[in-house]
Design a protein. Structure first.
Length: 203
C-alpha cells in the first residue's frame, strides 16, 4: 500500500480541523467522538492519531480555526458596509437572527464553544485560544464608550438562551427584545419610549 503523500496528509489534517470546528460548535466537544469525526470526512481513526497527539489538541486547533472564520466574517461586514459603526449594527442584526440561532455549526465560536470551555481546565492551550478569540471579538465591537465586552456578553448570552429555547415563542422574544435593547438610541429605554409619547399621558 502506498504511503499518503505529504500534500494529502496536510489536506486530511485541514479537513479534520474544519469538520471538528463545525461539529464541536453544533454538538459539543463531548457530543462527537474521534471515530465519528473521521468517519464524517471519510478517514479512519488511525489516521487521526497520525495527525494529532490527542483530541484536546484538535479542540484547540478547531477553536482557532473557528475564530479565524469569525475574523473573516467581521472583515466582510466592514468591507460591505463601508464604515465600522454601520458594520457593527449589521453584525448585531445577523447575530440576533433566527438564521444564526438555527445554524450553530457555522455560527459564532464565542457562543459555540462556550459550554465546553467552561468545563476546560483554567490553564492550557484550549482556554487560552478561546479567551484570545473572545478578546478580539470584543475589540471589534468596542466603541469610544466601552471595550466591547458588555456587547459580547449580551450577544452570546442572548443566542445561547435563544438556542436553548428554540421552538418556543420565548426564543423569538429573546432575539427580538435583545435586538431592540442593543439598537435603541443611546440614553433611551426602548420599552419606555414606546409606551410614553406626547399625548399619551406619560411624563
Amino acid at each position: 500500500m502506498s504511503r499518503v503523500s505529504q500534500a494529502q496528509a496536510l489536506e486530511n489534517r485541514r479537513r479534520a480541523v474544519a469538520a471538528a470546528s463545525q461539529l464541536f460548535r453544533e454538538r459539543g466537544v463531548n457530543g462527537i467522538s474521534v471515530a465519528d469525526l473521521m468517519k464524517s470526512i471519510g478517514l479512519t481513526t488511525g489516521g487521526f492519531y497520525k495527525q494529532f497527539p490527542s483530541k484536546e489538541a484538535l479542540v484547540a486547533e478547531a477553536a482557532q480555526a473557528a475564530f479565524g472564520d469569525l475574523d473573516l466574517l467581521l472583515a466582510s461586514f466592514d468591507t460591505a458596509h463601508g464604515d465600522h459603526d454601520t458594520a457593527r449594527g449589521a453584525l448585531v442584526d445577523f447575530y440576533l437572527s433566527a438564521e444564526h440561532r438555527d445554524q450553530p455549526g457555522t455560527g459564532c465560536p464565542t457562543a459555540g464553544f462556550a459550554g465546553d470551555m467552561a468545563r476546560e481546565p483554567t490553564a492550557g492551550e484550549v482556554r487560552d485560544t478561546y479567551a484570545g478569540g473572545v478578546q478580539e471579538f470584543a475589540a471589534w465591537l468596542s466603541t469610544d464608550a466601552d471595550d466591547g465586552l458588555p456587547m459580547v456578553a449580551t450577544l452570546v448570552g442572548a443566542i445561547l438562551l435563544a438556542r436553548a429555547t428554540a421552538g418556543t415563542e420565548l426564543s423569538e422574544k429573546i432575539l427580538e427584545s435583545t435586538h431592540k435593547a442593543l439598537t435603541a438610541p443611546p440614553g433611551l429605554d426602548p420599552d419606555r419610549d414606546a409606551a410614553v409619547r406626547p399625548g399619551s399621558g406619560g411624563r
